[in-house]
Design a binder for this molecule. Structure first.
Ligand SMILES: [Zn+2]
Ligand SMILES: [Zn+2]
Ligand SMILES: [Zn+2]
Length: 215
C-alpha cells in the first residue's frame, strides 16, 4: 500500500534535472533537427508569419516570447527598443521612423538614374544599343544596357541615426547637412548586441562594414 502511494507521487523538477539535461532532451533534439533542416530565411519567415497571424492566440505569443527570454535569445534592450516611441530621423534615407518599425528592409535607397555612356565597343547586333553601357553614378558602376541595375536597390537595411554607419556619396546618399534636413537626430541609436551586418545592395568596396545599431 505504502509502495503504491509512493509510486504515484509526481517526480519533482529537481529529480528530472538530475537524469536529463536540456541539451539531450527530446525537445532539444526536435529543435536541433528543425534548425538544421530549415533554411534560416524560411524559419525567419515562418516565425514572423506566426507572430503576425490574426489567428494566433495572444497567450501563445506570450509563451513564445517568455521562452525566448528564458533561453537568452531576447534581451531586455530589444524589448525596450520595440516599445520606443521616440520619432527618429534616418541620416541615410532622411525619413522619420520609430524603432518598432525599423528592420532589415526598412531603409531603402534607389539607385541614381543611369547615364547612357558610349563605350565605342561594338557588341552583338542583337543586343539593341551597340557600343553603349549604363553608368550608375551612385555605385560608380557600368553595366550593359540589357543587364538592368547593379541590384534592385542601391541600399536596403536598417534606418540609422549614426552617420558613421552610412556610406555617403555625392549623388543619392547625402548627409543631412547637404540636404539641409531640419530637426534631425534628437534620439540616438541604442545598441542591442550582436546583430548581423547591414546589407548594402551596391558592391562598393571603399568603406569598412558598418556597425549595427537600433536606431
Ligand atoms: Zn547605386
Ligand atoms: Zn533610412
Ligand atoms: Zn536628413
Amino acid at each position: 500500500m505504502n509502495n503504491a502511494l509512493s509510486m504515484r507521487q509526481p517526480v519533482s523538477r529537481e529529480q528530472n534535472f538530475s537524469f536529463s539535461t536540456a541539451s539531450n532532451s527530446a525537445s532539444a533534439g526536435t529543435l536541433t533537427y528543425l534548425l538544421n533542416n530549415t533554411r534560416p530565411l524560411d524559419f525567419h519567415e515562418q516565425i514572423l508569419k506566426a507572430v503576425r497571424s490574426p489567428m494566433a492566440f495572444p497567450q501563445d505569443i506570450d509563451n513564445l516570447l517568455h521562452a525566448l527570454e528564458k533561453v537568452g535569445i531576447i534581451i531586455g534592450a530589444a524589448q525596450d527598443a520595440a516599445k520606443d516611441a521616440r520619432v527618429r530621423h534616418c541620416v541615410r534615407c532622411h525619413k522619420t521612423y520609430v524603432e518598432r518599425n525599423n528592420g532589415f528592409q526598412a531603409c531603402q535607397v534607389a539607385h541614381d538614374k543611369p547615364r547612357l555612356i558610349k563605350t565605342g565597343i561594338q557588341s552583338d547586333a542583337n543586343t539593341g544599343l551597340c557600343g553603349f553601357k549604363n553608368y550608375y553614378p551612385c555605385c560608380d558602376q557600368m553595366v550593359g544596357t540589357d543587364a538592368g541595375a547593379p541590384s534592385h536597390y542601391h541600399f536596403v537595411g536598417r534606418h540609422t541615426t549614426v552617420e558613421t554607419n552610412v556610406r555617403y556619396n555625392p549623388t543619392n546618399v547625402l548627409t543631412c547637412v547637404m540636404r539641409k534636413c531640419a530637426g534631425q537626430g534628437a534620439a540616438r541609436d541604442v545598441t542591442i548586441g550582436q546583430v548581423p551586418p547591414m546589407q548594402s545592395a551596391a558592391p562598393l568596396p571603399s568603406r569598412p562594414a558598418s556597425r549595427m545599431e537600433v536606431s
